[in-house]
Design a protein. Structure first.
Length: 154
């Protein structure tokens, strides 16, 4: 709580190397890490490609949220959006998504896509409540192929 008894707002900033351990631990607690997605490598790859898009949310000096934002010139994307378990329900995820949308708009991005595992109904509901719709309305199917194997595949 802040000095007036209200919740301290989340401060969004670019990732710093000192955040690495806290971010990876949070991703584990949030259930985002899979054996085939090495979080160390994912951070290294993001920093090498577009460090502007690896963001953290901070409250009272502690990292409590994160996200990876990307833009390929055609579509924007958000991955690894996470709010630590003790900070959920305070609007931090909404603030991060609004920040991602504004950041992408400032780069001329016309559309933002998010990927959510089909069984993660709470997160699907989070995005739907913010106006995101299933890509079926665009007659699109998301397909993927590993180019570098980071670990055992499902």
């Amino acid at each position: 709580m802040g000095p007036t008894g209200s919740l301290t707002p989340v401060l969004i900033r670019e990732f710093r190397e000192a955040d690495r351990g806290a971010v990876i631990a949070m991703w584990h607690r949030a259930g985002l890490v899979r054996p085939w997605n090495d979080p160390e490598r994912d951070i290294d790859r993001k920093l090498a490609d577009s460090p502007w898009g690896l963001l953290v949310g901070e409250v009272d000096g502690a990292v409590v949220a994160s996200m990876m934002v990307g833009y390929d010139g055609h579509r924007g994307s958000v991955f690894y959006l996470a709010v630590d378990t003790g900070h959920r329900g305070r609007g931090h995820g909404t603030v991060l998504m609004a920040h991602a949308e504004a950041l992408l708009l400032s780069r001329g991005c016309p559309k933002l896509n998010v990927s959510v595992r089909a069984d993660n109904v709470d997160v699907i509901g989070f995005y739907e409540a913010r106006g995101y719709r299933h890509e079926g309305s665009d007659h699109a199917v998301t397909l993927g192929r590993r180019l570098i194997e980071d670990g055992p595949q499902p």
